[in-house]
Design a protein around this ligand. Structure first.
Ligand code: ARG
Length: 276
């Protein structure tokens, strides 16, 4: 259950940059501006605090430019964290640092038993008691099923078919236990059907706003924090009783990330009802 003050893990953008290319958004020829990136990160951090969040910080590390994307540290469930096992070697050095942080802060960490890939909350999101799981590009379906069986929850695996939307959180965002934002073309037909069947209120976004990472939003109660340049989704959210807050995150889109990727909810997303 969400605590009174939502707890969110972030990692400062001190060593963030485009040092390798592991998704179509990344190009070493299109560097991020370090000062602007740090400013955008800080504005997000301050906005989340103003919305009532308690921000916990991880120490950034040179040579690990994507450590800033804490959503990929693991999947948090109660006091347990299922640690990520990154598909790409470039990010594998993050896991020992994530593991140490969680252990130092009272979490039990679990490694996957097999050689599967699994990219944490980037690919696994609860909506109600169900774990919606994106697989193929970064995470393996078998890893998701294993995590679900450890938790004792239903898993709905959904295949991601568009390399630009390589993590589930780039194209799907639960807002509460029956409402979610999504960019359906990122899923195969079965995945699209599963979303339509299992989520009573599905908000489909416009293609140009999907490409501004509008689905990569941070939800705190009825407040929804997202990148700028997504006016249609902002209007829809407002109509449905949510409060959208836009903050510029273009420097992070250059790495294929936005608001949600830069955060990891430590006390359970508002949309999650963890099985007891
Ligand atoms: N450059 C990072 C990668 O490709 C971005 C990760 C974004 N994180 C997320 N949860 N979508 O792995």
């Amino acid at each position: 259950m969400p605590a009174e003050r939502p707890a969110i893990l972030m990692c400062p953008a001190d060593y963030y940059g485009i040092e390798y290319e592991i998704n179509p958004w990344m190009s070493r020829g299109r560097q991020s501006d370090p000062a602007i990136a740090r400013g955008q990160w800080l504005a997000l951090h301050d906005l989340l605090i103003s919305l009532g969040a308690d921000i916990h910080l991880m120490q950034p590390a040179p040579g690990l430019p994507d450590l800033v994307f804490t959503a990929n540290a693991g999947l948090v469930w109660e006091q347990t964290v299922f640690l990520s096992r990154f598909r790409h070697p470039a990010r594998q050095g993050e896991t020992p640092l994530d593991d140490a942080w969680f252990q130092q802060h009272g979490f039990r960490t679990v490694e996957l038993p097999e050689d599967w890939s699994f990219e944490g909350a980037g690919d696994a999101l609860f909506c109600g008691e169900t774990l919606f799981a994106g697989y193929l590009i970064r995470s393996d379906a078998a890893a998701m099923q294993w995590v679900g069986s450890e938790i004792g929850c239903r898993v709905i695996p959904m295949q991601l078919v568009d390399d630009r939307y390589y993590h589930l959180d780039t194209c799907f965002c639960p807002l509460d236990d029956e409402t979610a934002i999504c960019w359906l073309p990122a899923f195969d037909e079965y995945g699209q059907r599963a979303l339509r069947e299992h989520i009573p209120q599905l908000i489909e976004v416009a293609p140009e706003e999907a490409a501004r990472f509008c689905c990569n939003a941070v939800v705190i109660g009825r407040d929804v924090v997202l990148n700028t340049g997504c006016p249609q989704l902002e209007a829809t959210l407002a109509e449905r009783g949510f409060r959208p807050h836009a903050t510029p995150l273009d420097e992070f889109i250059k790495a294929g990330g936005s608001a949600k990727c830069l955060t990891l909810r430590l006390d359970g997303e508002d949309a999650a009802r963890w099985p007891q």
